[in-house]
Design a protein around this ligand. Structure first.
Ligand SMILES: *[C@@H]1O[C@H](CO)[C@@H](O)[C@H](O)[C@H]1NC(C)=O
Ligand SMILES: *[C@@H]1O[C@H](CO)[C@@H](O)[C@H](O)[C@H]1NC(C)=O
Ligand SMILES: *[C@@H]1O[C@H](CO)[C@@H](O)[C@H](O)[C@H]1NC(C)=O
Ligand SMILES: *[C@@H]1O[C@H](CO)[C@@H](O)[C@H](O)[C@H]1NC(C)=O
Ligand SMILES: *[C@@H]1O[C@H](CO)[C@@H](O)[C@H](O)[C@H]1NC(C)=O
Ligand SMILES: *[C@@H]1O[C@H](CO)[C@@H](O)[C@H](O)[C@H]1NC(C)=O
Ligand SMILES: *[C@@H]1O[C@H](CO)[C@@H](O)[C@H](O)[C@H]1NC(C)=O
Ligand SMILES: *[C@@H]1O[C@H](CO)[C@@H](O)[C@H](O)[C@H]1NC(C)=O
Ligand SMILES: *[C@@H]1O[C@H](CO)[C@@H](O)[C@H](O)[C@H]1NC(C)=O
Length: 761
């Protein structure tokens, strides 16, 4: 087993914090980084490129305090404009230049892996969806912390040559050069100018000034989306098997925008630059496991970049955030983004416990990273220090517990301090522990089993013993999936009229590749290295959907991003493997579409949805008009000025329905939708409604028919709250949900959409 004495990054974080504070205080006066949106049609004739125009504009600004502006990036695809470090005086001048549309200060984004509290428990093997062969030649751009190119997941055995349409490249930098790319990893770049302008100094951290991954997060997400199969991958004996990305034949291009600041952050300017480059290079799918504060969409770099991607037919998958279980905690909630929540999987990590001479046999949760078999070791329940509660700090006398296992009625680090051999903890919080918390041989059992253990020890007097077998992986645990407690919940604050999240994908205890050179798993006072890590977050669910989108693109080259999302949503599972509605892990009760969107993604079914709810670029513009965005805001966000708001409309052709209650007497809401047949031949579909409690749902017409592939049919759906003229008692309706399903007559397709009610923000 490999050991390291390197500081793990959790310890380094406090150092980064110091570096950050020290350097950012030295940034001069009122200079700040801004993102400037420009109208390219106002470019004066002499300039041949908009970049030249921006550079000339910047150099013509007068600098009263003597410090000239600093250009960071010129943006071509995500927007027309640039970013630069400007003083207030510069900004005032730029605002008066013909062609200036808007200026936003740079903001900071965070990645979406959970840190505390963490899980222990369910896990699904990566690549369980049997879709081998698909994903061929689809290019997934991953916007993340970089990549570890030597990882086995990025080997290019059996990969055909790089598609000639690819325009990307491998950047040379610290510990990275062009020979790190191959037919699997076909591009790698890094973007840090924005962070550097905020005072972040890469050389003062151990991060690499190159696309190389210093954290592991980007290596994990990339290998989840499109890693090559790796035999016998495991995490210290747990979850052993073949690790495979969801689209194993797809290509990966890494755009590193997240760096080791105190909390692994990225600047909006850098994210825009990464997305701009990804569009330029020719990616087909983008995966972003990070988020910025939810502001108006024209002030959010991911919303802006994703709109530009949409116009080019690039599918954008984003994590929904780890701020659940509160309502309105969604990030990346723009309707043109596919917003992914996190669910558990049906795998668990365990230890088998035998008390005495087979007197009691139990299974508990453990991810202790050693192949340890403890045989008939004394088990201790008591406290040497009578002034303390058992298992409190300094309650155990090292003489009493040496060589023994200690039983505690909760998780306790006292076993480590006291020098005991290990512990058995009785607690119902075991499922919230992450693997890295198992730094000692301990097992968590549920409180019911805890009572049995306690009684056994008391009855056995001074002769209680325990045997434990660690490194047990349990498959088929139920119920699964569940909505992860941390997964952000709908509605989406910036646009509640569209249900978010869209869909759930595996995001709890996901095994994927990791960086091999930094201690990750603590064991006593040391750290173990690993090529793989088991981690949790909507960061992990997002690349699953990016991989599935790559598979769907490989099968259906002509589908729009909205059609791909629709196919995933209308075929998603709403039932778990115990045949109940997907449970919310937070409270153990049935979840609602505000928790799981349309349900848990089912890639095989998504390949053949029958019908899709498609959306055009103009429909999104009409939706922004419906949100009362100004013409200027819409222009900044969408990069077009060729629109009117005559068709302003909040009723986007979305594959889900949300009724926002707002203490009004409105008792009925109309939705108009258009379905497109994507199956071969003609077909007829009949509607079937499961109405939410207390609501009446009418669909007209109730039967629709399609003459052939790509023919369309329109329907109306009215949702009425049957309370007559009384004001709606909102609380009775929050999260009430049902479904509209279109059943193919004499066919196999079922096209299901959730209908859910929620309160206004
Ligand atoms: C790239 O780096 C590797 C070592 O990391 C080295 O062996 C190789 O020669 C380098 N290639 C180029 C083109 O610089
Ligand atoms: C960054 O840190 C290195 C090492 O401490 C130092 O040599 C360099 O001058 C710093 N750069 C800036 C821009 O502060
Ligand atoms: C103590 O327990 C062990 C194992 O269960 C058993 O073999 C032994 O006889 C017991 N001793 C006493 C004194 O009960
Ligand atoms: C018992 O607890 C008291 C109070 O915290 C502490 O001062 C004392 O050192 C402890 N005794 C032992 C033997 O740990
Ligand atoms: C947009 O403005 C109109 C007119 O003021 C108002 O009736 C409507 O409620 C607003 N829509 C939204 C989504 O705020
Ligand atoms: C503007 O939009 C209209 C209607 O969508 C379209 O016919 C026209 O070609 C567009 N004009 C330009 C310059 O893109
Ligand atoms: C849907 O409702 C609108 C407005 O009431 C109506 O004009 C349209 O004909 C209806 N469409 C269908 C297919 O019933
Ligand atoms: C809703 O209707 C009730 C009963 O008619 C009335 O008292 C109340 O003022 C109405 N509320 C609103 C917001 O219009
Ligand atoms: C709810 O009503 C308030 C007050 O009329 C309004 O400001 C707000 O925009 C409404 N919210 C939604 C989501 O319609």
């Amino acid at each position: 087993m490999t050991m390291t004495n390197f500081l793990p990054f959790k310890f380094l974080l406090s150092l980064f914090l110091l570096v950050w504070t020290a350097t950012s205080s030295s940034v001069s006066g009122d200079r700040k980084t801004y993102i400037i949106h420009m109208d390219k049609s106002a470019m004066p004739v002499p300039f041949s490129t908009h970049h030249d125009w921006y550079m000339s504009t910047l150099s013509s600004l007068s600098s009263p305090n003597g410090v000239a502006p600093t250009h960071l990036y010129t943006y071509t695809h995500v927007m027309d404009g640039f970013s630069a470090v400007l003083s207030q005086a510069h900004l005032d001048q730029i605002r008066n230049i013909p062609g200036h549309l808007a200026a936003y200060p740079d903001t900071i984004g965070h990645l979406h892996t959970t840190h505390t509290p963490k899980f222990l428990g369910l896990k699904k093997r990566v690549g369980i969806w049997p879709t081998a062969g698909f994903g061929n030649d689809i290019i997934i751009g991953v916007i993340d912390t970089g990549i570890w190119p030597e990882s086995e997941s990025f080997k290019d055995d059996n990969m055909p040559p790089v598609p000639p349409r690819w325009r990307g490249m491998c950047e040379v930098g610290t510990a990275f050069n062009t020979s790190n790319c191959n037919r699997k990893l076909i591009g790698a770049r890094s973007f840090s100018k924005g962070l550097k302008q905020r005072g972040f100094n890469i050389s003062k951290t151990d991060d690499y000034d190159s696309p190389r991954d210093f954290f592991g997060h980007g290596t994990h997400t990339s290998s989840t989306a499109a890693g090559s199969p790796v035999q016998h991958a495991d995490y210290f004996g747990y979850a052993e098997g073949t690790a495979t990305g969801i689209a194993p034949m797809a290509r990966i291009a890494m755009y590193k925008v997240l760096f080791a600041t105190d909390d692994f952050e990225s600047a909006a300017t850098d994210v825009l630059a990464g997305m701009d480059q990804a569009i330029e290079d020719g990616v087909d799918v983008m995966s972003l496991s990070l988020g910025f504060p939810e502001t108006v969409f024209d002030g959010n770099p991911i919303a802006i970049g994703a709109f530009a991607a949409l116009k080019k037919g690039i599918f954008v998958s984003c994590s929904a955030g780890n701020s659940g279980p509160d309502a309105y905690s969604i990030l990346n909630g723009a309707p043109w983004i596919t917003t992914i929540g996190a669910g558990t999987v049906d795998r668990d990590y365990a230890a088998h416990i035998t008390l005495g001479d087979n007197e009691l046999i139990l299974t508990g949760r453990s991810v202790y990273p050693e192949n340890l078999f403890v045989s008939e070791v004394p088990i201790y329940f008591g406290h040497g220090n009578q002034s303390k509660e058992q298992c409190d700090p300094f309650s155990l006398d090292p003489k009493d517990v040496a060589g023994k296992y200690v039983f505690c009625t909760r998780q306790s680090s006292e076993i480590f301090r006291s020098g005991a051999a290990g512990g058995i903890f009785s607690s119902d919080t075991g499922q919230f522990l992450e693997p890295t918390e198992f730094n000692m041989p301990f097992v968590i059992i549920n409180p019911t089993d805890g009572e049995l253990v306690k009684n056994y020890i008391i009855n056995a007097k001074n002769n209680a013993t325990v045997s434990i077998k660690f490194q047990i992986t349990v498959l088929g645990t139920k119920p699964a999936p569940q909505v992860a407690y941390f997964s952000s919940r709908g509605p989406a604050g910036q646009s509640p009229y569209i249900l978010k999240p869209d869909i759930l994908a595996p995001g709890v205890d996901i095994l994927a590749s990791w960086i091999p050179n930094r201690g990750w798993q603590p064991i006593r006072d040391q750290y173990l290295l690993s090529d793989y890590a088991i981690i949790s977050g909507t960061s992990m669910s997002c690349p699953h959907v990016a991989g599935i989108a790559a598979l769907l693109k490989a099968v259906h080259l002509d589908w729009s991003s909205a059609a791909i999302r629709s196919a995933m949503m209308t075929t998603a599972n709403i039932y778990d493997n115990a045949n109940g509605i997907i449970v919310d892990m937070d409270n153990g009760a049935a979840g609602t579409p505000l928790d799981f969107g349309a349900g848990h993604v089912n890639p095989n079914k998504a390949m053949d949805p029958g019908l899709v709810y498609d959306i055009e670029v103009e429909d999104y513009i009409n939706y922004l008009c419906g949100l009362n965005y100004t013409s200027n805001q819409i222009r900044v966000l969408t990069g077009t000025s060729n629109f009117t708001c005559e068709q302003a409309n909040l009723d986007l052709n979305y594959p889900s329905f949300i009724v926002i209650l707002n203490n009004t007497n409105t008792t009925s809401i109309n939705f108009k939708r258009v379905l497109t047949n994507v199956a071969d031949g003609s077909s007829v579909y009949r509607s079937m409604v499961t109405a939410p409690n207390g609501m009446e749902v009418v669909v007209q017409p109730a039967t629709i028919s399609f003459a052939g592939k790509y023919s369309k049919a329109e329907f109306n759906m009215t949702v009425s709250i049957s309370l007559g003229t009384n004001a709606i008692p909102q609380d009775d309706y929050i999260g009430n949900f049902g479904f509209l399903s279109w059943y193919e007559v004499n066919g196999k397709h079922i096209v299901r959409s959730p209908i859910v009610s929620a309160f206004a923000p």
